[in-house]
Design a protein around this ligand. Structure first.
Ligand code: JFZ
Length: 461
């Protein structure tokens, strides 16, 4: 009955934006009513974008992976957990957080030049510290740091100015909220932990707090996506997730919300379970790329460039530009988005190795972006031996990772006839091709144009 009432209120509030047809796909929302056409419209910018920047920035950038001389292989933004730091001590990082070198325009330029179409930044991570000027908690960058400014306001304005979508990460797990405590062997009760407990009555109070912060975030900065996290607490249920999903969509009907709002996520693999409908619009594989895409399922792989999300000054295990570019292609060929992370320093700088790699991706995207943006998954039934493929109506893009030594590329059949073939960078020069029973062969130049990935375009009918 409560659900029915809520639905009636929502339908009333949103009027014709919502139709009375329940979405019933694995990614459907048990919580919000819209037609497939409405959902497709809401998701369209995100599906076309294919590539975004994740930014993990918070107080953890101050210790930068070292506490009392102790370092760890663990991720930097979890230092309050792995170094067992009591709340009162962790709070002291706020007094040392003064990112005077932060330059919103430069951050957005770095993302844009890399070919990224959206930015997702941590508004509040597990440590509970708000990176924006929050009125509901003094534990925020304006009120608790010498910086006294709101970098999020500047970043949101700059992203919009430069034509990128601006989005928020928000953690449900909160190590700083007074009602939250840790009950684990060897652990300080106010330190960070994978899971927390809440004092009696604490949950209602905390949910109210989250909702107030989310209202601030949505009304002040107008984010295009809300990327929840930290949902794996035993005090957080799927019903809670659905309710929160509903709340956020009510504040901004066309917003997009990830599946970590509820309990549908299948671990780090990240896709939603299919035994029932779960809250959330897209799956969130973490540090991995699914072996295959799933037709009709929206997903986004988030990945680091080294081995941490939040800045650690000694993490130098950087992925090469080649790996990063091929990951982007691999993900697009499976119908997903790539959310690639940077972890800025406490001074407000994106680390130079990240900037260099993003510039290399941008150089490739400038020439080859047509084979990524607005594409859908590979039309081939098996993975190609030489690389990957994406498609658009009437077009197939082949991404060649391994250049054939004899100059002949063997492409398996996929049920369409090729009418023309050329390299994406030289469309005026056609490539010779031969139709065969089992597909088509193409005559390529002797050398790869780009050893990371050369793109061949096939026009089809
Ligand atoms: C989460 C965060 O914990 C992490 O700090 C980062 O923000 C990443 C993008 O998302 O990663 C996870 C998710 C789940 C678990 C651990 C880390 N888990 O279930 O233990």
């Amino acid at each position: 009955m409560r659900t029915l009432n809520t639905l009636l209120i929502i339908s009333f509030l949103l009027g014709s934006q919502l139709a009375a047809q329940q979405q019933a796909s694995p990614q459907g929302n048990a919580t919000f009513i819209e037609t497939k056409a409405q959902r497709d419209r809401r998701m369209s910018w995100w599906r076309e974008a294919r590539f975004g920047m994740f930014i993990h920035w918070g107080l953890y950038a101050v210790p930068a992976g070292e506490y009392n001389g102790k370092r760890s292989d663990r991720i930097g933004e979890w230092i309050m957990e792995w170094a067992n730091i009591p709340r009162a001590d962790y709070e002291k990082f706020a007094g040392q957080f003064n990112p005077v070198k932060f330059d919103a325009k430069e951050w957005v330029r770095i993302a844009k030049d890399a070919g990224m179409k959206y930015i997702v930044i941590t508004s509040k991570h597990h440590d509970g510290f708000a990176m924006y000027g929050s009125k509901v908690s003094k534990y925020n960058i304006v009120d608790a740091t010498p910086y006294r400014r709101d970098p999020i306001r500047e970043l949101a304005a700059e992203a919009k100015k430069q034509g990128l979508k601006f989005c928020f990460y928000y953690s449900i797990l909160d190590w700083h909220y007074p009602a939250a405590y840790v009950d684990a062997p060897g652990k300080v009760p106010t330190a960070g932990n994978r899971t927390t407990k809440l004092t009696p009555g604490g949950k209602e109070e905390y949910v109210k707090y989250m909702k107030e912060q989310l209202r601030e975030l949505i009304t002040k900065y107008d984010p295009a996506v809300l990327w929840f996290d930290g949902e794996w607490q035993d005090w957080w249920s799927e019903a809670d997730g659905q309710e929160l999903y509903h709340y956020v969509r009510t504040l901004k009907p066309d917003i997009i919300i990830n599946n970590r709002v509820g309990r549908g996520r299948q671990g780090m693999q990240g896709m939603s379970k299919t035994d029932q409908e779960y809250a959330g619009d897209f799956g969130t594989p973490e540090q991995q790329i699914p072996a295959n895409g799933l037709p009709g399922v929206d997903w986004e792989s988030c990945m680091t460039m080294n081995t941490t999300w939040g800045f650690k000054f000694y993490d130098d295990k950087w992925k090469s530009s080649e790996v990063i570019i091929r990951n982007l292609i691999d993900i697009a060929s499976k119908g997903g988005n790539y959310l690639l992370n940077v972890g800025p320093t406490a001074e407000g700088l994106i680390p130079a190795p990240s900037v260099e790699r993003l510039a290399a991706v941008g150089k490739w995207m400038k020439l080859n972006g047509a084979s990524i943006y607005g594409t859908t998954a590979s039309p081939f039934s098996t993975q190609l031996e030489f690389g990957r493929a994406t498609s658009k109506p009437g077009l197939v893009y082949l991404h060649i990772f391994d250049w054939p030594t004899d100059g002949t590329l063997r492409v398996p059949a996929w049920g369409k006839a090729v009418t023309k073939a050329y390299l994406l960078t030289t469309p005026a020069r056609s490539l010779k091709f031969n139709k065969r029973a089992d597909g088509v062969t193409l005559q390529l130049p002797a050398q790869a144009v780009d050893p990371i990935a050369t793109v061949v375009v096939l026009e089809t009918k």
